[in-house]
Design a protein around this ligand. Structure first.
Ligand SMILES: [Zn+2]
Ligand SMILES: [Zn+2]
Length: 328
């Protein structure tokens, strides 16, 4: 599939998310001060003075996905595919105590995203799992995940925002081959953090949310040439990865971000890099060149003084190690 075929043409029916917010208030100790702050006048005009996402990835890719997204008071886990002690140790090392974790959301029911969800729920005790009914049913069918997971479950639905840990989360449809598949747009006082992983093509709804991101986690699973030349992958598996319900390659993601760049987009996190069909250097290099071709200066996300002034930061999430801890 050529990269242009993986970015779906938009029709005229692009719509805002449905109005109305489900508030999981019982599990959300949002302080009053946050609610009273004025909303910034415009979206995507750069860093809001009230922003303040905290982000760390603990694992990214087919061996296990897990990240934490929060604000200064607390946050939630996105995907539960990494061993629980490793997750909690990485968070504690960065000042995130267990009590600050207010919930778990999952993108889809493939095991690299849900393998440890029940263990994590049991460990955290008081938090809930927020996912669609189809994701829950999909993960309950897995023999290695306890059916008691459903005792911790609250339903969410695509395109209907819900509040958790002081943030508004909207799930959107993605093109992938699990029971149900979604990305997330997380709104903190008008700043948008968008998680877009595991998708064979960028469908219209995903484009809508990804285009307004200030901080974007985007899949760069494989380098097309490395995948083509890999002698250890059978053709059917290569076809599944490249297919419309498989994964995104470096070039497709790079072209998408370059074509949709706006000055409010500050950080691009490359996720779900294949161990065998990609390298961080290739993924970052492809994205960097596409952005530089637009005349943009590209930093490495390190927050060093020489990098901080760049137009945009590009950083590949490590596959099996915790990433840097980002305060955005
Ligand atoms: Zn995955
Ligand atoms: Zn998947």
């Amino acid at each position: 599939m050529h990269y242009q075929d993986k970015i779906k043409k938009k029709d005229s029916s692009t719509q805002e998310a449905r109005q109305g917010v489900i508030d999981f208030g019982a599990f959300d100790d949002e302080p009053q001060a946050l609610q009273e702050q004025p909303t910034p006048a415009t979206h995507n005009t750069g860093k809001s003075p009230f922003a303040g996402f905290r982000y760390i990835s603990i694992g990214s890719g087919s061996s296990g996905n897990c990240a934490y997204l929060g604000n200064e008071n607390g946050g939630f886990i996105v995907d539960a595919g990494v061993e629980v002690p490793k997750v909690l140790n990485a968070l504690k090392a960065n000042g995130i105590e267990q009590s600050m974790i207010k919930g778990i959301i999952v993108t889809h029911d493939h095991s690299d995203h849900v393998r440890y969800v029940y263990t994590l729920l049991r460990t955290l005790k008081t938090v809930r799992l927020y996912c669609t009914p189809r994701v829950l049913n999909g993960l309950l069918r897995r023999h290695n995940i306890s059916r008691r997971t459903k005792e911790y479950h609250d339903n969410i639905f695509k395109e209907i925002p819900f509040r958790l840990a002081g943030m508004s989360i909207t799930a959107f449809e993605t093109s992938h081959d699990a029971s149900d598949n979604m990305g997330f747009d997380i709104d903190l006082n008008g700043s948008h953090f968008v998680v877009a992983t595991d998708m064979g093509e960028i469908n219209e709804r995903a484009q809508y949310y990804m285009q307004r991101a200030n901080y974007l986690v985007i899949e760069t699973d494989y380098d097309t040439e490395m995948l083509r030349q890999n002698p250890n992958y059978p053709e059917y598996l290569k076809a599944r990865i490249k297919g419309a319900k498989g994964h995104l390659d470096n070039e497709t993601s790079a072209q998408f971000v370059a074509q949709n760049y706006h000055p409010g987009l500050k950080n691009v996190f490359l996720c779900h890099l294949s161990e065998h069909n990609n390298t961080p250097e290739l993924a970052v290099g492809t994205m960097t060149r596409a952005l530089q071709a637009k005349g943009l200066s590209v930093g490495n996300g390190s927050n060093e003084p020489s990098q901080r002034t760049c137009d945009i930061q590009v950083y590949a999430l490590p596959r099996t190690e915790p990433s840097l801890f980002f305060i955005l």
